[in-house]
Each structure stands twice: as C-alpha cells, then as structure tokens.
Design a protein around this ligand. Structure first.
Ligand code: ATR
Length: 278
C-alpha cells in the first residue's frame, strides 16, 4: 500500500482491538480500489475515549468504527447522532467532517444485507421472527427487523427483564419470552436469529430444540467464529436455509467505507478469504 501526504485515514477504536477483523476488511478494499488511504487498529482505554476521538477529528481522520466497549460511550461523545443510532442506543460508525463528529449505526443494515445476499428477495415481513438474546447486538437486529416490516418478534433472553426493556425501548410488536420457553417460541417462525455469544469458540453451545421450527425458516447466527456453529449445522441437517455471521460483519462495513473513502465496495468470496486469513 502506498500512502501519500493526502492519504485518507480511518480506523477502529476498541479496548482491546487486536482481535478485530476490520483492518483486514477495509485494508482489502483499499488495496482492491487502489485508494490512497489507511485503516488502523486504535486501542483506546475507556477513560480516554472521548479525548482520543476528538484528537482523531483534530488530526483530520475521515472517521472511525467503534467496537466493544465504546459503542454506548460514543453516543454521548459524538456532536451529532442519527435517529437510528439513538434508537439502538449505540454507535458503531463515525464520520468526521470539518471537525464535526457524527455517529450512526450500520449493524442492522449489515444484518439485513447479509441475509438478502444469501437469500435474494428475503424480507422480515415474511413471518414471525424468533430472536435469541437482548444485548447490544440484539438491539440493532430487532430494530432492523422492525424497519424491514416484521409484524411479530419473539425476543427470548436468559434475563427476561432485559428483553422487556428492549421491547419497551424500541416499541412495536415485540414479545419478551422467558428462556425456558425458547424451543416453543420457534413454532411457526419464519426466521430464527442467535444474537448471543453462545456457540462462539470458547463459549458454551446454544442448546435449542428446533423440533417445532418450520423447515422453511431461515436460521442465522451472528457468531462467525466458528463459521459453522452447531445451531447452523443442526438447521442445515433438517433442511432449513442457514446463514452465518461473517456476512453481517462484511456488509456493516460497506456504508462506512463509502462515507470515508468514496467507493461503495463489494462483498466477494475473495474478501471473505482475506478477512479469514490469520
Ligand atoms: P452483545 O453486544 O454482543 O449483544 P451483550 O450486550 O453482553 O453482548 O449481550 C450478550 C447476550 O448474550 C445477552 O442476551 C445475554 O443474556 P443476558 O441478558 O441474560 O446476560 C446472552 N448470553 C450470554 N451468555 C449467555 C448464557 N450462558 N446463556 C444464555 N444467554 C447468554
């Protein structure tokens, strides 16, 4: 990569940030489009987050992605936050223009685009959704499902009160479902989404009986390490279409790349391979 004095700069702020795949992802697109720019991992302690963000704006960065644990803090640190990020309660993407720091959230866009690329024509309006988990990732997914026309969301969470708060915050046809009713909540569902860390490498598996889930239901897992979780394997084994979590990571990056570097990039098999290379 060649970097001139006019290079466009962006990066990802996290703590830690070394596990992030985003530098590989944006680095691939920068090379692919021969863009004079760089995307850097930026390791920032929580107590220094706001001052570090302002320093990046002072240094002429085009913007940054925000990851754990800064997504909520970024909401307060931005000068302006769009309505979607406000509703979700988290910022994952920031643009810096003329010193103004503006926050938005592209996770829900990434979620829907990933499903549409895997299953062309897919729409949340096609039937009830069962969503497992009520954390930060779930908020983005549930908001995206509602915005795509979902008319019924069954939100299953270990801590029921967290699902109830999410339902109250976002409003709309969301029913908080207690954890023991997980398997029954799949009856008649058109889509099942795991937004928890269950099934991720080093975490406990997600134990769910898919028995009453229609075989046409789309099953998707936000976990992408491993690429094929036990949930996805079980779904495929009984004939359900299944989509892994890597696509959401790749697609959520597209609006950010376009905002900072001026090109709407493509998600390709080559990109997937580059992002997965260690
Ligand atoms: P993220 O931003 O990735 O969503 P999070 O906000 O910490 O992370 O949320 C993690 C989600 O995984 C929550 O829904 C959490 O359930 P609780 O709200 O009850 O904590 C869920 N989760 C994590 N470990 C779990 C486990 N062992 N069993 C069931 N749910 C679990």
């Amino acid at each position: 990569m060649r970097i001139s004095g006019k290079a466009l700069l962006a990066g990802i702020m996290g703590w830690p940030v070394s596990h992030s795949r985003s530098p590989r992802l944006h680095g691939y697109w920068l090379r692919h489009h021969s863009i004079d720019g760089a995307y850097l991992p930026l390791s920032v302690r929580p107590e220094r987050f706001t001052s570090a963000l302002e320093a990046l704006a002072d240094m002429g960065f085009r913007g940054v992605n925000i990851t754990i644990p800064h997504k909520e803090a970024a909401l307060a640190a931005c000068h302006r936050v769009d309505a979607l990020a406000e509703r979700i309660g988290a910022v994952n993407m920031i643009t810096m223009t003329g010193g103004e720091i503006a926050g938005s959230n592209t996770d829900g866009f990434g979620f829907i685009e990933s499903l549409r690329h895997a299953v062309p024509g897919w729409r949340a309006a096609s039937g009830p959704a069962a969503v497992i988990g009520a954390g930060g990732a779930s908020r983005a997914v549930v908001a995206a499902l509602l915005d795509d026309g979902s008319s019924e969301i069954r939100l299953v969470n270990r801590t029921l009160s967290r699902a109830q708060s999410l339902a109250a915050d976002l409003g709309g046809p969301i029913e908080a479902v207690p954890w023991p009713a997980l398997s029954e909540a799949l009856a008649g569902a058109a889509v099942l989404v795991n937004t928890t860390s269950l099934g991720m490498q080093g975490h406990a598996p997600l134990e769910v009986d898919l028995g009453v889930l229609p075989s046409t239901a789309l099953v998707t897992d936000l976990v992408y390490a491993p690429l094929e979780t036990e949930l996805l394997a079980a779904a495929r084994a009984r004939g359900n279409p299944a989509v892994g979590g890597l696509g959401m990571l790749l697609h959520q990056a597209r609006p950010a790349f376009e905002a900072w570097f001026g090109v709407d990039p493509e998600v390709t098999e080559d990109l997937r391979a580059a992002v997965l290379t260690d």
